[in-house]
Design a protein around this ligand. Sequence first.
Ligand code: CA2
Length: 149
Amino acid sequence: MKILVINGPNLNMLGIREPGIYGKNTFADLLQLLADTAKAENLEVEQYQSNHEGDLVDKIQSAYGKVDGIVINPAAYTHTSVAILDALKAVSIPAVEVHISDVDAREPFRQISYAGMACVKTIKGHGLEGYREAILYLKERYGNRKCGM
Ligand code: CA2
């Protein structure tokens, strides 16, 4: 099973500021968590991060027919991007939305998620562990399917 993990703008800055909201872990820690999870679960896990909306759309499109599940944290684009929502709908790959912070407990504008409308599940407020939970969910629910089925 191949899972694509997509991270949006500024997530590469994790651990540098705002530890009260996002924790002390760095982006390198997230990459390590993904590598450890892939090894432990015998999965292929690819990570992609971009600060650019169109690049995120391109990456989602490129997954069509090649990836069995998507874990996506669109970061700020969560709350603005119909383009990312449409891309997720277009490829129709099971996707889980992850947010490190509990967006429901923050500013009202963070309580709208466009990407989430195309996702089978949302995990929020579990820190970096939310990514592991999302991967395990996709494995458990879709692990025996082939791409595009
Ligand atoms: O909680 C999440 O995972 C978010 O997707 C993170 C986004 C935010 O815009 C969403 O509302 C919720 C922010 C990504 C990282 O932002 C940083 C800000 C300061 C220092 C380091 C990272």
